[in-house]
Ligand binder design. Structure first.
Ligand SMILES: Cc1cc2nc3c(=O)[nH]c(=O)nc-3n(C[C@H](O)[C@H](O)[C@H](O)COP(=O)(O)OP(=O)(O)OC[C@H]3O[C@@H](n4cnc5c(N)ncnc54)[C@H](O)[C@@H]3O)c2cc1C
Length: 491
C-alpha cells in the first residue's frame, strides 16, 4: 500500500505526490490519502483556531472530492511516526508520497523522524519539491525560467475520473473529531473559508484583465485592497492551490488581453501583470531564504540584534499594540480589522510591524509570533523573513520606518477605514481621525452606546521614537556584510 500524505499541500489538482502514487498503483499498491492531526503542531504558539478551522473546512472538501473519484480521506489524530507505524502494522506501507515542506522547525524535525522511520522499515519516502524552492546543493531555476516552465505544464486535475480501483481501504479507523485538540485563540468571524471551491472562486474573481490593470492602484489602501488584491495567500499557504495554477491564471489574463486590447493598452497590461508577478517572485525568494536559514523562526538574521529588544521588553506597549489601543488610529484600526478578518494588506502589515519594532521597540520574533496567530495566511517561511526585513534585523538593504500618521493620511485620507474599526472615533469627520489632538480621549455617541471607553492618547511620541530606533538599528547594523539582497517590495 502507498500513503499519499497531505500536510501543507491540501489539494488533488497539480499534485505530484497524488498523481505519481495513483499512476504507479500497480507497482507500489493502492493509495491511502492520509491527514494526521498532530497535537504537537496544533499546540504550537503560532498555530491558532482560525488556522485549524480553515484546514478542517479544507479537509472536509477534500474528502468530498476524493469520494467523487472513488476514494476517501483518512484523518487520524496522533504524532506522525506513531500514526504511520500503527497503519504500517495494520497493513504494510511500501511507499509514502508527499511534498517537501519549508515550514516551522518543529515540522522539519518531524520530517526527519519520518525519514528515519521509513529507512528503518524499508519504506520508500518520496518528497516532491514545490514553489520552485530547492534544498541543499540543488540549483534553483531563475524566476523567469521557473515561470516559463510553469505556464507550459499541463496541470492535472483528477475530477471526473473513476479511480476507485487505485485507492486502498483504510486499514485503521478514522479518529473521532473530538480527539483533535483545539488550537488556541478564537476563530475570526470574517475570515475566508477553507476548501478548494473557495480557492477557485477567489482565482476566478480576481484574474481578469480589469483587476490586473487596477492592481497597482488598489493594493496599498485597506479601503481598496480587500477587493483589489487577489486574496489567495491563505490558499497558497496551505497548498490548496499551487503557485503554478496562479502563474497560469496570470498567463491566461495576458493572453486574453492580447486578443482584446490595442497595442498600447496591452503593453500597459503586461507591465501590470509583471508588477503582480513580482509579488510571487518575492514569495519564492522569501521561502528560499527561510529554507536555507530556518533559524529565522526564533533568531535574528543579524546575530547582534538577538536579545537587544528583548532586554527592554515593555509589556504595557505590547498589550496596547496587540489589543489595538496604542492611541494611533491607523495602527489600532489595522489591528482590530485583523482581529476580525485575519487579513490586512501588505503595506498595513509592514506599518504595524514597523510601529511595533521601531516605535515601541518590541522584539521582532515576539511580534512575528503574535501576528502569526492573527494572519490566516500565516506561512512561516514568508512571515519570519519579512519581519526581519521590516525591523532592520536582516542583511537586506535599506531601512524604512513607516510614519503611522502619514500612512493613515496617505492610504485612508478620508478616514473611512479608521472609523469602520474604531467606533470611538465615529463622530470625527474626514481626516480628523488622523489628528492625535482630536482623537485622544474621544468617545463618539455610538461608542458610548456600546459601552466603550474613550479612545486612548498616543502611548509614545512617534517622531522621537522613530529617530531613536533608526539610530540604534543603524548602529547595530554597522559592519554587517552586504548580502546583495534588495528589500522586496517594502519601500
Ligand atoms: C510583516 C509581514 C508579514 C507577512 N506574512 C505573510 C504570511 O505569513 N504569509 C503570506 O502569504 N504573506 C505574508 N506577507 C506578504 C503579503 O502581505 C501577503 O502575501 C499578501 O498581503 C496576501 O494577500 P493577497 O493574496 O491578496 O496578495 P496579493 O497582493 O494579491 O499578491 C498575490 C500573492 O503574491 C504573494 N505576495 C504578495 N506580496 C508578497 C510579499 N510582500 N512577500 C511575499 N509574497 C507576497 C502572496 O502569495 C500573495 O497571495 C507578509 C507581509 C508582511 C509585511
Amino acid at each position: 500500500m502507498q500513503i499519499f500524505w497531505l500536510k501543507r499541500n491540501l489539494r488533488l489538482q497539480d499534485s505530484e505526490p497524488f498523481y505519481q502514487s495513483m499512476k504507479e498503483f500497480r507497482q507500489f499498491g493502492p493509495v491511502l490519502p492520509l491527514y494526521i492531526h498532530e497535537p504537537s503542531l496544533i499546540n504550537q504558539p503560532d498555530v491558532a483556531l482560525q488556522h485549524q478551522r480553515f484546514v478542517q473546512e479544507t479537509l472536509q472538501a477534500l474528502d468530498t472530492e476524493l469520494r467523487g473519484v472513488g476514494g476517501q480521506l483518512l484523518q487520524v489524530t496522533g504524532e506522525a511516526v506513531e500514526t504511520l507505524d500503527r497503519i504500517h502494522q495494520a497493513r504494510p506501507i511500501r511507499r509514502i508520497c508527499t511534498h517537501r515542506e519549508t515550514t516551522q522547525n518543529s515540522q522539519y524535525a518531524r520530517d526527519r523522524k519520518v525519514r528515519q522511520w521509513c529507512l528503518e522499515n524499508g519504506i520508500e519516502l518520496v518528497e516532491f519539491g514545490h514553489n520552485g524552492v530547492v534544498r541543499g546543493a540543488q540549483e534553483a531555476l531563475s524566476f523567469p525560467d521557473y515561470f516559463a516552465a510553469s505556464v507550459r505544464v499541463k496541470l492535472k486535475d483528477p475530477r471526473g475520473t473513476d479511480l476507485t480501483e487505485r485507492f486502498a481501504e483504510p486499514p485503521v479507523a478514522a479518529s473521532a473529531a473530538a480527539s483533535v485538540p483545539l488550537a488556541r485563540g478564537d476563530d475570526k468571524p470574517l475570515r475566508l473559508r477553507g476548501g478548494r471551491r473557495q480557492a477557485e472562486k477567489m482565482l476566478q474573481r480576481f484574474f481578469t484583465v480589469r483587476n490586473i490593470h487596477q492592481y497597482p492602484f488598489q493594493l496599498s489602501s485597506p479601503n481598496t485592497a480587500f477587493e483589489g488584491c487577489a486574496r489567495i495567500s491563505a490558499y497558497l499557504a496551505y497548498g490548496i492551490v499551487s503557485d503554478r495554477e496562479v502563474f497560469q491564471a496570470v498567463d491566461r489574463v495576458v493572453t486574453d488581453g492580447h486578443q482584446r486590447l490595442d497595442q498600447s493598452e496591452f503593453q500597459t497590461l503586461q507591465k501590470r501583470a509583471r508588477f503582480f508577478l513580482d509579488r510571487l517572485l518575492w514569495r519564492r525568494q522569501y521561502i528560499q531564504a527561510f529554507e536555507t536559514n530556518p533559524r529565522l523562526e526564533t533568531e535574528c538574521m543579524l546575530a547582534q540584534f538577538n536579545g537587544v529588544r528583548e532586554a527592554e521588553f515593555n509589556a504595557v506597549f505590547y498589550d496596547a499594540w496587540t489589543s489595538g489601543t496604542t492611541g494611533f488610529p491607523y495602527i489600532d484600526a489595522g489591528m482590530r480589522c485583523l482581529h476580525d478578518t485575519g487579513w490586512i494588506n501588505m503595506r498595513l502589515r509592514a506599518t504595524l510591524v514597523s510601529f511595533a519594532t521601531m516605535n515601541l521597540w518590541l522584539p521582532t520574533t515576539r511580534v512575528a509570533q503574535f501576528l502569526a496567530t492573527q494572519f490566516l495566511d500565516y506561512d512561516p517561511a514568508i512571515h519570519h523573513v519579512i519581519h526581519q526585513v521590516v525591523s532592520g534585523t536582516s542583511t537586506f538593504d535599506g531601512l524604512m520606518v513607516y510614519d503611522p500618521i502619514k500612512q493613515g493620511q496617505d492610504h485612508d485620507a478620508e478616514g473611512a477605514f479608521v472609523r469602520r474599526w474604531l467606533p470611538e472615533l465615529d463622530d470625527l469627520p474626514g481626516s480628523a481621525v488622523h489628528d492625535l489632538s482630536q482623537t485622544a480621549r474621544c468617545l463618539s455617541d455610538k461608542a458610548r452606546a456600546m459601552g466603550l471607553a474613550p479612545y486612548p492618547a498616543a502611548i509614545v511620541d512617534h517622531r522621537v521614537t522613530a529617530n531613536v530606533a533608526k539610530r540604534r538599528v543603524n548602529d547595530l547594523q554597522k559592519g554587517r556584510q552586504d548580502s546583495g539582497h534588495r528589500q522586496m517590495g517594502l519601500l
